[in-house]
Write a protein that binds this ligand. Structure first.
Ligand SMILES: Cc1cc2nc3c(=O)[nH]c(=O)nc-3n(C[C@H](O)[C@H](O)[C@H](O)COP(=O)(O)O)c2cc1C
Length: 339
């Protein structure tokens, strides 16, 4: 897939997710072959004001891998400054969030609220394009529409493309649905049909496995699929999809040993890049993700939440995974062991 001048080898993208797609998480997904990652959405206003918490989240991918930065806002100055900051840290694309349903975002008429103001949304695309060098594509991620009475994804996407957007991602839910119900593949298909062919349209919503990827591609004709929640604790999905797309055999589910090794790698990346009081919280989240579906995971999760230091949590995870390894594959749903 090509996004302006950017080539993406595998048509599978990691969805931006606030408090999830930080540098360690993106790195893990990149190591498993995801096509490209994007930072979580960052307030243009906060970046413009130099708010440390937000500026700290503006992190380039490791080892020179290409990555995008997602920003949200509605003020020209802030959007211009934020886009320039993204380019300064090496972003290869700038994505504008026009899909966030959160009240704190839509109350400021940002995120999905922009779907009700297509003219302003198109203006913001132009503002960001003017702020960045011509080789940096500006892209838009939006929803099916504001609510069921105002589904406007196809027209909205076309207006963004006319303003200069080089890729459209559609999450097939409305703002009022939040994350409930199921993503509507039909509205993604209609959007793909409406948008000029040379502009990639990415389908997003509810893809959590290999079948879901093919369902999305086949039903919508999308150029790529974006995966969010299904990647938490499951970066192998990117590896499996890459292998299958490249024409190789499906490597299948990871072994328990592989799962544990990736958990450890994720924790190491966190320790390296997320020092400070948030570290223990991030490690607890990773414990829950990687243990999901494993024998005794609920007890393990509860225990981890009671511990007070990152070291204790890591030790507890080690004991839990050692215990699972000793048990072998018996009683561990769907997880083959290496043997
Ligand atoms: C915890 C969480 C945080 C999210 N943060 C963002 C965000 O920062 N920017 C954005 O465009 N979408 C965000 N989303 C929406 C996802 O990118 C994606 O559109 C949505 O989860 C549907 O895809 P999925 O079913 O594959 O998860 C977030 C979703 C979740 C669950």
């Amino acid at each position: 897939m090509e996004i302006g001048p950017i080539k993406v080898d595998t048509p599978v993208l990691l969805a931006p997710m606030a408090a999830v797609t930080d540098l360690p998480f993106r790195t893990i997904c990149e190591e498993f072959g995801v096509g490209i990652t994007v930072t979580e959405f960052l307030s243009a206003h906060a970046l413009h004001a130099g708010a440390k918490k937000t500026v700290d989240k503006l992190t380039p991918s490791l080892n020179g891998r290409q990555f995008g930065v997602q920003i949200f806002g509605r003020e020209d100055d802030a959007m211009t400054h934020a886009a320039k900051m993204a380019v300064d840290i090496g972003a290869c694309l700038v994505d504008i969030n026009m899909g966030c349903p959160a009240k704190r975002v839509t109350a400021g008429a940002c995120g999905s609220a922009l779907m009700r103001e297509p003219e302003l949304a198109a203006h913001l695309v132009k503002v960001v394009i003017n702020a960045v060098p011509s080789h940096i594509p500006v892209t838009v991620k939006h929803r099916a529409g504001w609510d069921m009475q105002s589904i406007n994804s196809p027209e909205f996407a076309c207006a963004m493309v006319e303003a200069g957007a080089k890729m459209i991602t559609v999450h097939g839910r409305t703002r009022s649905q939040g994350y409930s119900g199921v993503a509507d593949l039909e509205i993604i298909r209609k959007t793909r049909e409406a948008v000029p062919k040379h502009i990639p349209v990415v389908g997003n919503g509810d893809v959590v496995d290999v079948d879901g990827y093919f369902r999305m591609m086949e039903h919508t004709g999308a150029d790529a699929v974006m995966i969010g929640r299904g990647a938490r604790g499951n970066p192998w999905l990117f590896h499996r999809l890459k292998q299958i797309i490249d024409g190789n055999d499906d490597p299948g589910e990871p072994t328990l040993e592989e799962r544990i090794n990736v958990f450890k790698r994720h924790i190491d990346l966190m320790a390296e890049h997320k020092a400070g009081p948030r570290l223990i919280h991030e490690i607890r989240k990773a414990c829950a993700w990687y243990a999901r579906g494993l024998h005794g995971c609920n007890t393990f999760r509860q225990k981890v939440w009671q511990l007070e230091t990152a070291e204790e949590v890591v030790e507890c995870a080690k004991e839990y995974f050692d215990w699972l390894l000793k048990k072998g594959s018996r009683g561990i749903p769907n997880i083959p062991t290496a043997a």
